[in-house]
Design a binder for this molecule. Sequence first.
Ligand code: NDP
Ligand code: 2IT
Length: 445
Amino acid sequence: MNLEKIMSDLEKKNPGEVEFLQAVREVLESIQDVYNENPHFESANIIERIIEPDRVLMFKVSWVDDSGKVHVNRGYRIQFNNAIGPYKGGLRFHPSVNLSILKFLGFEQIFKNSLTTLPMGGAKGGSDFDPKGKSNAEIMRFCQGFMLELWKLIGPETDVPAGDIGVGGREIGFLYGMYKKLARENSGVLTGKGLNWGGSLIRPEATGFGAVYFAKEMLATKGETFKGKTVCISGFGNVAWGAALKATELGAKVVTISGPDGYIYDQDGISGEKIDYLLELRASNQDIVKPYSYEFPGAQFHQGKRPWEVKCDIALPCATQNELGKEDARTLVTNGVQCVAEGANMPSTPEAIEVFLENKILFAPGKAVNAGGVATSGLEMSQNSMKLSWPLKEVDERLHHIMCSIHDQCVKHGKGKDGYVNYVKGANVAGFLKVANAMIDQGII
Ligand code: NDP
Ligand code: 2IT
């Protein structure tokens, strides 16, 4: 594999798509050896075929705000690869959304979904619509306008979207309502649905729970547990909430959360009613964490700063891409961090990852750590197909089992001669092999 040539060709074809190029480089670097050892991949030109999305849909969404003003946003769906199952992946509504971000997320999703052990291909979508400060009615009208275009492309056996940043249960409800009306079918076409209309128990918590189950396995390789550990979490959304809940349940103390405005340090631990409060804060559509320090006066708000300066044993970045840089990584290492598990997608920059790997820190990438979210979406799809609803214990046990299996795959493909597990390599190789072999089995299409 001529990595530099592939990357420079990709850059020419996708100018300025920095996040997409970053995600592709990381995967290709990891799989280089295994790719070169298996010439049948090269004869089927797997690399060029896997880094090009199957199709990209870009569409206009016009909607009317409460004052009667007309707005136009851009909607997207990237169907990246369906070698192992129907396209699957979330929708992100955030003003920063562009083609590069959605392509990076769609590309990552191929390998993440492959790791889950379930038959799901990779996709992502969303819009540059900003939910901040919008009324319920405005969110509904936007979701309906978005689905008016998207419904033609999706279906329970072809492409099954879900939530991501800015898309939670409420948005999935509005999107599902419109899909159902247009397609005249009541199928499990979206996941993350409400419990009364086809949703699965545990799905809201699944990404955060799964991340902690995965980190628990990482710690176990060193004979360690969550009990008594100090945990720093970034973000205060769906993933951060689930992670805080499970880490606390396992006996750890979560001391930070963060938003775009700064971070909260709560030395007494973010547990109990404080975790419930996170949901309230997120639902307020204000997108700031500062109010936490008014609600719980023992906590301090640090404006414009990231939580990585706080001394901790375990760090769980759960906000957004490239939120943890080289200097943050150095600070964490200097302060004695033992384990860094990515709840968000690609939150650490390549330079930060290098620092963790050089210092032999237990470090695992989002595509392994946060796969519990999409895995539980897969379990929701199974329940919808069977027209059944599994009890909480069954879904949680399946999720736990899947996370342990992802951990095993990472160890199998990432363990070096010195015993150190490179989870980045392990996750990329394991995820890649399954998809690449499926592509070969199915011929050139
Ligand atoms: P949410 O919308 O629930 O929350 C994301 C949170 O992070 C928001 O509060 C957001 O605020 C905040 N945030 C954004 N940028 C920053 C920043 N620079 N510093 C601190 N906080 C910031 O999204 P999710 O919790 O669903 O998603 C979080 C991450 O997890 C994303 O990377 C997502 O792709 C990933 N993920 C989500 C899954 C899911 O099932 N939901 C599954 C797997 C991964 P604001 O909106 O104001 O920017
Ligand atoms: O990044 C992700 O894996 C998600 N946002 C969840 C996708 C899904 O289909 O549940």
